[in-house]
Design a binder for this molecule. Structure first.
Ligand SMILES: *Cc1c(COP(=O)(O)O)cnc(C)c1O
Length: 456
């Protein structure tokens, strides 16, 4: 049997989950239009749709809820959150938001003017949408290796400095308000960015007066990979590495639903007092008072506590190891997955899994539906459906056509990982018999959430 890093916690509360028959699952997936986002969670055994807001909170976080101060202004829990962000991330100013996209909305409105370009290390759905809504154009400056699912570069999330420089030469630094660097890169497979690269990006950006904002959503996972893979960091603590990473940014957007170990929440942080001032004006319009920004006092307390728990080595070591266990089990059986295995998820390469299905017949969407049918395991498409359409109305054809198996933090056991792996390995044995899908309903934006499909 494969060796594993056992859990650094024990179970205090349990939540029963549904065991269903294949017939029940067949009905459910048809009702859902072959879109796993539209399944009811009551019909799901193991839910790997996302690691967003699905973490199990600790007893200390639950206890923190009881000391929520629900004052409309100046809640004590806001100050606890502000202190935690200052202490762990090192930024001066913090604006709480209801989740990550709330922070993206505010940052994009403040910094982006029509005609601007925003370079980034691969797009993220909500991030790019906010940039475009403000008249900006996203430009991908990730290294080429990131687009190759079999390349095992240790820092596949790195920014290609030549691509960044080429964009500056082409459009002028005045038209680039900031570069958005995601640590880790979700859509590349949870791939990290090296400290060396973060430092170099900051140097190049500063030389041209361009700001650097991190999408810090999975920054603790990124810090773990730096500790594991980058020379000079193996003896440093996760907290010290995270702090150094953040020192190469002017600020960050954060989805607390990931690496802050909470079910809801986020923030925008920065060092520039002018940007902070404008953010406090906008947060009132879109989220709430600057001292709660769409969060309850109790939720800010849980997030403040989660910020500290997340940088505990035993926590993050187990987290990354559990994801790796699932990935290695699949890879050993020949299932094509993105390598190296990322921080929050295992990504199955659907183009290689179903080579007989053309990309515009949605191979990853079909694979996600089949994984559900096989064992009640919910996963998500990250391919052509997620990529959406360009401004002319044509599909974007992303190089990567993936199914994401996202592991919630502190929720499932290794036995659950075995169930997931066995289901996919069984499907892989009979992969040749499957055909693709056609889309029968398509919403205008972020279509992957609600689109409906029919088997061909
Ligand atoms: C989840 C996520 C976001 C958006 O955060 P929400 O809390 O879902 O609004 C932004 N960037 C990345 C990389 C994410 O994974």
């Amino acid at each position: 049997m494969r060796k594993y890093v056992a859990e650094p916690y024990k179970i205090k509360v349990v939540e029963p989950i549904a065991i269903t028959t294949r017939e029940q699952r067949q009905e459910a997936i048809e009702r859902a239009g072959y879109n796993t986002f539209l399944l009811n969670s009551d019909d799901i055994y193991i839910d790997l749709l996302t690691d967003s807001g699905t973490s199990a909170m600790s007893d200390a976080q639950w206890a923190g809820l009881m000391i929520g101060d629900e004052a409309y202004a100046g809640s004590r829990n806001f100050y606890r959150l502000q202190d935690a962000v200052r202490d762990v991330y090192g930024f001066k100013y913090v604006v709480p938001t209801h989740q990550g996209r709330g922070a993206e909305n505010i940052l994009s409105q403040i910094l982006i003017k029509p005609g601007h370009y925003i370079p980034g290390n691969m797009y993220f759905t909500t991030t790019r949408t906010h940039q475009e809504l403000n008249g900006g154009t996203f430009v991908d400056v990730i290294i080429d290796e990131a687009h190759d699912s079999q390349n095992d570069h240790p820092f596949k999330g790195n920014v290609d400095l030549d691509k960044f420089q080429a964009l500056i030469d082409k459009v002028g630094a005045d038209n680039i308000p900031y570069i958005c660097v995601a640590v880790t890169v979700n859509l590349a497979g949870g791939q990290p960015v090296s400290m060396e690269n973060l430092k170099a990006v900051k140097e190049l950006a500063s030389k041209h007066g361009i700001k650097v904002f991190f999408d810090a959503t999975r920054c603790v996972e990124n810090a773990y990979f730096i500790k594991e893979r980058e020379p000079g960091y193996s003896d440093k603590s996760i907290a010290a590495i995270l702090k150094e990473m953040m020192s190469y940014a002017d600020g960050c957007t954060m989805s607390g639903k990931k690496d802050c170990l909470v079910n809801i929440g986020g923030f925008l942080a920065m060092n520039d007092p002018d940007i902070y001032q404008r953010a406090t004006q906008l947060v009132v319009v879109y989220e709430g008072m600057p001292s709660y920004g769409g969060m309850a006092g109790r939720d800010m307390e849980a997030m403040a506590r989660g910020i500290y728990e997340a940088v505990d080595y035993d926590y993050i070591h187990h987290r990354i190891s559990q994801v790796r266990y699932l990935g290695e089990k699949l890879a050993d059986a020949g299932v094509p997955i993105v390598k190296p295995i990322g921080g929050h998820a295992v990504f199955v390469d659907a183009k290689k899994f179903f080579p007989q299905i053309p990309q515009d017949q949605f191979p990853a969407q079909m694979l996600a539906a089949q994984i559900y049918l096989q064992a009640g395991v919910r996963t998500m498409e990250r391919g052509i459906v997620s990529a959406g359409r360009d401004p002319k109305g044509n599909h974007y054809y992303p190089k990567l056509e993936l199914v994401r198996l996202t592991i919630p933090r502190r929720v499932y056991t290794y036995a659950h990982m075995d169930v997931v792996a066995d289901a996919i390995i069984d499907l892989y044995q009979e992969k040749d018999k499957f055909k693709g899908l056609e889309m029968v309903y398509e919403p205008p934006v972020l279509r992957f959430f609600t689109a409906r499909f029919r088997p061909l």
